[in-house]
Design a protein around this ligand. Structure first.
Ligand code: TYD
Ligand code: MG
Length: 460
């Protein structure tokens, strides 16, 4: 008998090598090569042939003749989830939902499946992680009730595909792509070959039979999706499920979306009866704000197309050691250092001997430049021990020469702040012309040009 052919595959980039090496010569990752057995030649031949499935009836169509009606969307029945998908599930699309263990991926999908099954038809929920019993006992808490959901505790891709062909469901959920395996490969589930195979097989099933499919993906320690990058290229939409373990709220973010805007955001709260959509996140993030305390500023940020008000908290205290600490939670550390330098040099705040801690309350994280003015305001407020007026909100980018620069979607931010009852907004002078479009009502808009000017208006 011929010994089985063995290759070593990099788990980061998918490159193959004939022998083991400590470092992948393609992508440079260390210790990423894993031994995989190559299937028999007939299996490989079959594997190449199946690519033909996708191109059924493959004649070129004239742009004008393509029917847009095909691109209709199906609602999942959960408004916040539809929003991140760009308005609902597109038939035949392949969605990857990634997130840390225990964040609520299975919960969200089971809830969505229940709504979807009632409205659009049967759903197949294939789980390689839990038994039918476990899924059902969770479903009981989530009020799944009589919805036509077929449960399949199975890890073999070929078996799942058989069930898809038999049941012709309206939606397929595979929990998770790292636990399923194809009989064509000898390697263990979760290895790059298997993950890639799973993604390709489900892609063909989704496109070929026009059945939307959701794959659950695990994430690695550093928060990126486990498995090869190729997975992200194959699927139509990549959603990332985030949240702090110690907070009840969860955020679903679109990282890639062929059918909608990226960085679109859906906010949920984990309760005893599953995930509850939060239609008004500003209210959630500002609910525990103690207004009138120094070191707190309300910031209007925009995530995707959605404005959200968050509270920036800062604490400036005299440093006991020679080296002052600077710590940022929910914010880029380098951005904080930069802003502190601007405050020192351009606004005359002497922070050299102080520890500075900045936190975005409620476990949110913001990474847009428009957050700068909120950070600067909170730090200056804590430093001078003077509170900002409780009904003032801010936004604006801070430049290195201390100038306040205009930011995109200013009208959206103003409208959200007005809706949440803020009576004064300190914002970039360059954006002040939103007055005509934002409908600011009784709200006073203060346009500022420099950090110094902004602090004069904020700390009275
Ligand atoms: P789960 O969906 O199993 O996470 P994942 O599939 O991402 O690993 O969610 C599990 C967590 O959610 C678990 O820690 C318990 C919590 N939870 C609730 O708080 N309320 C609920 O109604 C449910 C079903 C789960
Ligand atoms: Mg799960």
């Amino acid at each position: 008998m011929k010994p089985p052919k063995v290759v070593f595959v990099c788990q980061e980039c998918g490159a193959q090598a004939p022998k083991w090496m400590g470092r992948c010569t393609d992508c440079g990752a260390w210790n990423s090569l894993v031994e995989e057995r190559v299937g028999d030649p007939p299996a490989v031949a079959a594997a190449t042939n199946r690519y033909a499935q996708l191109g059924a009836g493959g004649t070129a169509k004239l742009y004008a003749d393509v029917d847009i009606a095909d691109a209709l969307r199906l609602s999942t029945g959960i408004g916040e989830f539809d929003r991140v998908l760009g308005g609902g599930v597109v038939p035949g699309s392949l969605v990857l939902l990634g997130g840390e263990p225990g964040i609520g991926k299975s919960t969200l999908l089971l809830q969505a499946a229940a709504h979807f099954a009632r409205a659009a038809g049967p759903v197949l929920y294939a789980s390689g992680e839990e038994s039918e019993h476990q899924i059902k006992s969770r479903g009981d808490r989530l009020n799944v009730g009589e919805a036509p959901i077929y449960l399949l505790a199975e890890t073999c891709i070929e078996r799942i595909l058989e069930e898809i062909a038999r049941l012709k469901p309206a939606l397929v959920i595979v929990d998770s792509v790292q636990t399923v395996f194809s009989i064509k490969f000898q390697s263990a589930p979760g290895s790059i070959g298997q993950v890639r195979e799973a993604a390709t097989q489900f892609l063909f099933a989704a496109k070929g039979q026009n059945i939307p499919t959701v794959l659950v993906g695990h994430v690695t320690k550093d928060g990126s999706l486990a498995g090869p990058k190729v997975l992200e290229h194959v699927v139509d939409t990549v959603l990332s499920f985030e949240g702090e373990r110690h907070h009840a709220h969860r955020v679903v973010r679109a990282v890639k979306n062929r059918f909608g805007a990226v960085s679109e955001l859906g906010v949920f709260e984990m309760t005893g009866v599953g995930l509850r959509p939060v239609p008004n996140p500003s209210m959630l993030f500002l609910s525990e704000r103690a207004s009138g305390t120094p070191g707190s500023a309300v910031l209007c940020c925009v995530e995707g197309s959605r404005p959200i008000l968050v509270e920036v908290q800062a604490l400036v205290s005299a440093s006991t050691y020679g080296n002052p600490r600077r710590m940022a939670i929910g914010l880029d550390q380098n951005r904080l250092s930069l802003l502190l330098a601007v405050l020192e040099k351009r606004a005359g705040l002497n922070l050299a001997g102080d520890d500075v801690y900045v936190n975005i309350a409620g476990g949110m994280s913001v990474d847009e430049p428009a957050a700068d003015l909120g950070v600067v305001a909170a730090v200056a407020s804590s430093m001078r021990n003077r509170s900002l007026a409780g009904s003032t909100a801010v936004f604006g980018e801070v430049g290195l020469s201390g100038e306040i620069r205009g930011v995109p979607q200013a009208a959206l931010r103003v409208r959200e702040a007005v809706q949440m009852g803020f009576s004064r907004i300190v914002m970039p002078a360059a954006n002040i012309d939103v007055r005509e479009t934002a409908g600011e009502g009784d709200c006073e808009l203060v346009g500022v040009r420099s950090v110094g000017e902004a602090l004069d208006h904020l700390l009275t």
